[in-house]
Design a protein around this ligand. Structure first.
Ligand code: ADP
Ligand code: GLC
Length: 477
């Protein structure tokens, strides 16, 4: 089977969150099952700089009047996985992030930037496209590639099947109606039976409406998004398409996230040498300027600092955590108000450290060194950091929602439990779970058992990759 995996971020080339981790790993797992897989990504400045030596180039004309576009056929770093980069300097060759300027504002031409990306991906469905390779399946991800199924529809390309994965329903890619002419979609698409959403053109809705199948990244989230509480207004159309909607929980890339081989951490360890985890804790305490107390439970947070992640709840509970004799290490970036609040709280508390930055290496050290990992998300499509925590023997404290509900088992419910789960999105509920965790931590044999339960879980990409292949196969029948 020939599979094109289109995503707006791919680890290690460009990353703002979990989508990049998925796009940098799932295609490899699919290829490992014997399929011809290519990843497609916009040729952002950072990506071109990282890729260095370009490969073959295929011209794609100038369909949007934004200058000539071309497809560069390269490879993922250190591998033979083919990487197709949509090059269009006017759209992608600029400093800043993939979606935002350096000051945090959205790029004003995101409507064109991601329509162009989707248009180019869909153009590969044409026989005789310049790249000389036609996929059977195009797998699109989030709003940035949500127009792919619409372009396939209006090009009349029904042989190539599309899967659209929702990684986060909150980011919808909504633009005003006048964009349609510019991005070469017919006005007839502007309908509730199309990509119209409350008077806007909505790229996410396009993916949901036109794709042959929709997935999201956990079973629980697949159910939740069909309700008003989690649906962000999309619950109606998701219910209408529920037979074409399924949940496949993400895996993790064990080549990058494994305490046994992780080059970023101080001391490697396994479930049989958990004593060495303490070496990582001492090193991190020293690195972050925390008191070097081996017995103080250390709580880690690695997160986008946004409401989704319940960072407000974390801030409310940190004083209690510290009063219990524990420590907190936060690594994150996000909304200015939360960055400021985290920084201020850390300044007042020597037992708390705040790093307001995006540091891949430090994220590994915090997850490895911490005893507990805080993730009280209001919603969580899948969540990868709690999976990383589990595999490092770091007990997740999570809210029972989305992928968190599907991947963390409360120790109070089951002797094979792997963490601490609570229900209400409130500081009180989080505080209760934190108290339980600290009490459990004081019982060393019980804690060791919990760590081993967590580390025994198999979160590799093979099982989900097999589920995706089964899904693609069913679409091609
Ligand atoms: P989301 O995609 O919603 O942000 P996930 O848990 O799926 O949540 O993925 C987040 C990814 O981003 C993880 O790989 C996590 O380690 C990483 N991450 C988040 N914030 C930071 C940060 N400040 N520094 C380094 N890595 C981060
Ligand atoms: C999104 C979600 C997160 C998920 C990630 C990868 O960013 O917020 O829960 O793990 O995508 O699917």
């Amino acid at each position: 089977m020939k599979i094109l995996f289109a995503a707006s971020e791919v680890y290690p080339l460009i990353k703002t969150g979990g989508l990049a981790d998925v796009a940098g790993a799932l295609p490899f797992a699919l290829a490992g099952l014997g399929h011809d897989v290519r990843i497609m990504l916009p040729a952002y400045k950072q990506v071109l700089e990282a890729i260095g030596n370009h490969g073959a180039v295929f011209p794609l004309g100038d369909p949007f009047g934004t200058g000539a576009m071309r497809l560069i056929e390269s490879a993922m770093p250190g591998s033979d996985m083919k990487l197709l980069l949509l090059d269009c300097p006017q759209l992608y060759d600029r400093p800043g992030g993939p979606y935002q300027r350096e000051d945090g504002a959205e790029w004003p031409d995101n409507d064109t930037r991601f329509a162009a990306f989707s248009h180019a991906a869909a153009s590969l469905a044409d026989t005789g496209n310049p790249a000389g390779w036609q996929p059977d399946i195009i797998h699109a991800n989030d709003w940035q590639s949500g127009l792919i199924p619409a372009y396939l529809e209006f090009q009349g390309n029904h042989a190539v099947k599309s899967v659209f994965t929702i990684h986060n329903l909150q980011y919808q890619g909504r633009f005003s109606r006048d964009v349609l002419d510019r991005i070469r979609l017919p006005q007839s698409a502007f309908s509730p039976e199309g990509l119209e959403f409350y008077g806007d053109v909505c790229y996410l809705k396009s993916g949901i409406f036109y794709a042959d199948h929709i997935t999201t990244v956990s079973r629980t989230y697949a159910n939740e998004i069909q309700t008003p509480e989690f649906g962000y207004g999309m619950e109606g159309i998701l219910q209408a398409r529920s037979e074409r909607l399924s949940g496949i929980v993400n895996g993790i890339d064990t080549a990058i996230w494994s305490p046994q081989n992780d080059p970023f951490i101080t001391r490697n360890y396994t479930s049989r040498s958990l004593g060495r985890k303490a070496v990582n804790k001492a090193a991190l305490q020293a690195e972050l300027g925390l008191p070097e107390l081996a017995g103080a439970p250390l709580f880690g947070v690695v997160s986008r600092l946004v409401e989704q992640k319940g960072i407000d709840l974390v801030l409310e509970v940190i004083p209690d955590i510290i009063a219990m004799g524990a420590q907190v290490a936060v690594l994150g970036t996000g909304d200015a108000r939360w960055e400021k609040a985290v920084r201020q709280l850390a300044e007042q508390n020597p037992a708390m450290s705040a790093t307001i930055a995006y540091f891949e290496d430090l994220s590994h050290r915090i997850i490895a060194a911490s005893d507990m990992f805080l993730m009280p998300s209001r919603f969580e499509p899948c969540g990868l950091t709690q999976l990383y925590a589990l595999s490092y023997g770091t007990a997740p404290i999570v809210r029972r929602t989305g992928g968190l509900a599907d991947t963390v088992l409360d120790i109070a419910q089951d002797k094979n439990g792997t963490g601490f789960v609570f229900d209400a999105p409130s500081a009180a509920a989080l505080r209760g779970a934190v108290r339980r965790a600290v009490a459990h931590y004081k019982d060393a044999p019980a804690w060791l058992k919990l760590q081993r339960n967590a580390m025994k879980q198999d979160f590799s990409w093979q099982p989900p990759a097999r589920e995706y292949i089964k899904l693609y196969t069913s679409l091609l029948k």
